[in-house]
Design a protein around this ligand. Structure first.
Ligand code: PSU
Ligand code: MN
Length: 312
């Protein structure tokens, strides 16, 4: 049997002592997510935000045929240079074939977080239903993964160029609760509130922790999406960004880009067409999500997990 999962020493110690841990995906910190050197800056800011709120960051990825949860400095450096994007379905083959470097998306990272016993995960924007998905069938595996693992995922909505209303509908179908972090509108990534109305608003980590615990006590298998809008000072102009996003997405389609290559192609085109303006926005929202996730992880340490304590 191959040892499939490697938990880093700091993360392992934190989990063993019940200290708060926040999982991080590696795709957004690779050049598939952000151009060099913004990818490294983004990681530095995100991990610092997690630590500043008293939690331990657990960067996830695949290295030398092992799924790593809690990459150390040298391992993180290798992940930042990775160019093989792994969804949840790719984890098994990646381990079995001894893949050298693979960066994990939300679907793969949620899977690894659950395997390691981590309940909170911070990212930028999750994948979802692509525009034109009725013909292409392109719906991110992120949605199914969220529906099947008990992890609270903090994001600023979904990737900018998806079909937001359809993604929102699919989350409902799959049974994924969407909690607005101090908002009653589903955030639209680069802008704060372009999306559908939310039925539940939360104001602190305790409310999310309580919802996660209650759902699992009632036998719900899945996770929760915590929707945290981009900080106001980092928000981009709604009309301008909408036009550029649509243009970049259409150009990628015309160039015949499909499947998992769509996101990196669109993000690269967007960074170019905005003269780099999307980069600070991306970093600001990822950093803010990290702070929120750490607050939730901290609150969870005060809520006994199923089977532990609390008058069972
Ligand atoms: N959102 C971004 N940049 C990204 C991603 C999301 O702004 O790089 C990545 C995340 O890792 C997400 C993945 O899980 O894209 C979804 O890809 P796909 O649509 O191929 O499932
Ligand atoms: Mn896809």
């Amino acid at each position: 049997m191959v040892e499939a999962l490697h938990i880093g020493s700091e993360v392992g110690a934190a989990l063993a002592s019940g200290a708060p841990v926040v999982a991080l995906e590696s795709t957004i910190f690779s050049e598939l997510g952000l151009p060099e050197p913004a990818n490294r800056e983004c990681f530095q800011r995100v991990q610092a935000a997690v630590r500043a709120t008293g939690a331990v960051p657990a960067l996830c990825g695949v290295l030398d045929g092992k799924a790593v949860v809690g990459a150390n400095f040298a391992q993180a450096e290798r992940l930042f240079g990775g160019s093989t994007k792994l969804g949840a379905r790719d984890l098994g083959p990646a381990v079995a074939t001894g893949l050298e470097v693979g960066v994990t998306t939300v679907s793969a990272t949620v899977t690894l977080a659950a395997a390691a016993g981590i309940e909170v995960f911070a990212t930028g924007g999750i994948g979802g239903v692509h525009r034109g998905a009725d013909r292409s069938g392109d719906v991110s595996a992120d949605l199914e993964a969220l529906a099947s693992h008990p992890v609270a995922v903090v994001s600023s909505g979904v990737k900018a160029f998806l079909d937001v209303p359809l993604t929102f509908e699919r989350l409902e179908t799959l049974g994924v609760a969407v909690l607005g972090w101090r908002t009653d509108r589903f955030p639209a990534f680069y802008v704060r509130d372009g999306g559908p109305e939310l039925s539940t608003t939360v104001h602190d980590g305790h409310q999310v922790a309580a919802a996660l615990r209650a759902a699992s006590a009632l036998g719900h298998p899945g996770g929760i999406l915590v929707a945290n809008p981009i900080p106001p000072e980092a928000e981009l102009d709604r009309e301008a960004i909408a036009e550029l996003v649509t243009g970049a997405e259409a150009a990628a389609r015309r160039a015949g880009v499909s499947g998992g290559d769509v996101t990196p192609a669109v993000l690269t085109a967007l960074a170019e067409s905005t003269g780099g303006a999307i980069v600070p926005a991306n970093i600001a929202l990822a950093e803010s999500n990290a702070t929120v996730a750490a607050e939730i992880a901290d609150a969870l340490t005060q809520y006994p997990a199923a089977g532990q304590g609390a008058g069972a």
